[in-house]
Design a protein. Structure first.
Length: 138
């Protein structure tokens, strides 16, 4: 991977917790090596498998989904739907020879707990490694 080449991420998130997502992305500091495209949804449960695969088809190396904890979803079952759709997309990716980890669902922390960047940062490093492997093989 060239040093100035950015990782392309698409981030889908629930509008109910948009402030928490902005806090998380702001906590990354200068994401010099990351190009983030944000898509806000009324609920993460509105996310369809086609949205996830289309983001990858359009050049995203990773797709992150941020939603509410299951018991705190404003739409009651939206978070559970999102979880099932992400798992289904992971299986599809694996079947076609891509890493299922390219798609990952994150759960916003219960209020008022502060955002923990560790899980997101670890996933971001996995995506960076996948990009390097695929760039070297190209």
């Amino acid at each position: 991977m060239m040093k100035d080449e950015k990782i392309k991420l698409t981030v889908f998130s629930c509008q109910q917790r948009k402030d928490v997502l902005l806090q998380l992305l702001g906590g990354l500091g200068d994401p010099g090596g990351v190009n983030v495209r944000q898509v806000t949804l009324p609920c993460s449960g509105k996310l369809e498998v086609g949205h996830l695969t289309k983001a990858l088809e359009n050049g995203a190396e990773g797709v992150a989904i941020f939603g509410c904890p299951e018991k705190e979803c404003h739409y009651v079952v939206g978070s559970e739907r999102a979880k099932r759709r992400v798992r289904h997309t992971e299986r599809i990716l694996q079947e076609i020879g891509l890493e299922g980890d390219r798609v990952h669902r994150f759960v916003f922390p219960p209020q008022p707990k502060p955002v923990d960047l560790n899980e997101f940062s670890a996933w971001l490093e996995k995506v960076r490694a996948m990009k390097s492997i695929h760039s070297a093989g190209a």
